[in-house]
Design a protein around this ligand. Structure first.
Ligand SMILES: [Zn+2]
Length: 360
């Protein structure tokens, strides 16, 4: 009998041991390197076209790159129909321009529609580009209500026959605040309107996302500029301010472009061979510094998107992935508790450390 009891204890011990090992094995699996590239405002029609074409070329031989577009709802209301927008500051009031002519609005809707059908994401940058710093939940509610209305009733708001104009994608589940200006009232409201994630915050470059109050926080990263002690948030406008004091200087275009490309590659290499925290890069449709940042971003995407273990995806896809992880797995990833690619393998070696941006 003692022998059978001993066997039983041995079996139980073994079962517990195996359970622990298999849990470890699961958390020890190396996560993919996510790269999330997003744009704010999304006004300029030539940029809608340029980015649609760029993504289509990147995805020709298979899915390599999908963008998230945080659109300002105002882009989808023609100047003439400005009074269809009831803003927190009054009817027909916005901090940025309305959408232009009806034809401009129509073209923007067609681009957005086509991009969504090709796997890109339309998310929210609110409507009138106001700073929501200090806004109570009630004001956010008004603005989110107006955004939902813009998505659902683009045709009606622009006083045209719905049969003549497609509506925008029905619902946005991601948000980035204008000026990244937030308030406690924002986070109380996001869930109410069906949002899954917010991208208005900032973190260290190797921070894995956290879910707070049911909302994933996909924060921009504070990046050290390549070969510089200075740092900025991972956004084109912030680089523009840091590199040049927001003054366009065509003589230094190549320097600015290459420094940001190398900054992005530093960020990528550190995370790819480190704890694999997702990368967050935020740009605008406006060509700051004569397009230096746009060129850097395109070169970066060409270099890394499509490499083994790299997923250049929309924020919704990143949210799907994060939803599938346990808190223990996220903690293990944060701690880098998995076999890393310590030696830059063939994939990372393909990323040249000192190459200038390609001219296109
Ligand atoms: Zn903005």
């Amino acid at each position: 009998m003692p022998c059978i009891g001993g066997m039983r204890i041995l079996f139980i011990t073994l079962a517990v041991f195996l359970a622990v090992v298999s849990t470890d094995a699961r958390s020890a699996e190396r996560p993919p390197q996510f790269v999330a590239i997003a744009f704010d405002n999304c006004t300029e029609l030539e940029r809608w076209k340029e980015l649609s074409d760029f993504a289509a070329a990147m995805n020709k031989g298979g899915d390599r790159l999908h963008f998230t577009f945080f659109v300002s709802g105002i882009n989808f209301i023609a100047d003439a129909d400005r009074n269809s927008y009831s803003s927190p500051m009054g009817r027909g009031v916005s901090r940025i321009n309305f959408g232009g002519t009806l034809a401009d609005v129509r073209r923007r809707i067609d681009f957005a529609d086509d991009l969504v059908r090709h796997g890109h994401e339309i998310a929210s940058h609110a409507v009138g580009h106001f700073s929501g710093k200090g806004w109570p939940a009630e004001t956010w509610r008004k603005e989110f209500g107006a955004f939902a209305d813009v998505l659902r009733h683009a045709a009606r708001n622009n006083a045209i026959d719905p049969a003549d104009m497609p509506d925008l994608p029905a619902r946005a589940t991601g948000f980035r605040a204008p000026y990244l200006a937030t308030s406690p009232g924002l986070y109380a409201t996001l869930k109410e309107f069906g949002f899954r994630y917010d991208t208005s915050g900032d973190s260290l470059p190797d921070a894995w996302p956290e879910k707070t109050d049911g909302i994933w926080r996909f924060n921009l990263a504070r990046l050290k500029l390549h070969r510089s002690a200075r740092s900025a948030l991972s956004m084109d406008y912030n680089f523009f301010v840091l590199q040049s004091g927001a003054i366009t200087d065509p003589r230094r275009f190549e320097f600015f472009r290459d420094q940001i490309l190398q900054t992005y590659l530093d960020y990528f290499r550190a995370n790819y061979s480190g704890n694999r925290a997702p990368l967050h890069i935020g740009h605008h449709f406006f060509d700051y510094q004569g397009g230096a940042y746009k060129e850097a971003l395109k070169s970066f995407a060409r270099e890394v998107c499509g490499l083994a273990e790299v997923r250049c995806v929309t924020y919704s896809k990143l949210a799907d992935y994060m939803d599938g992880l346990s808190a223990d797995q996220i903690a293990a990833f944060q701690g880098g508790d998995f076999p890393k690619l310590v030696e830059p393998g063939a994939d990372v070696a393909r990323v040249p450390a000192n190459r200038s941006a390609e001219a296109h």
